[in-house]
Design a protein around this ligand. Structure first.
Ligand SMILES: [Zn+2]
Ligand SMILES: [Zn+2]
Length: 56
């Protein structure tokens, strides 16, 4: 089992039913993980592959 961690806050999202995982909208190479809290708070994430920053 691979453990997923929120890209923004590094929290484990395994037990977070509101988490979302999607490919970076810019480069599509990096898998962005967002926990429910960071989604609600609109915390920004940054793609380590291309540097893209975004709220979703
Ligand atoms: Zn988070
Ligand atoms: Zn990217």
């Amino acid at each position: 089992m691979e453990e997923k961690h929120c890209t923004s806050c590094k929290k484990k999202v395994a037990n977070d039913p509101g988490n979302v995982i999607f490919a970076c909208p810019s480069c599509g190479k990096y898998e962005v993980v967002r926990c429910s809290r960071c989604r609600v708070d609109a915390v920004t994430f940054k793609c380590p592959s291309c540097g893209f920053e975004g709220p979703n």
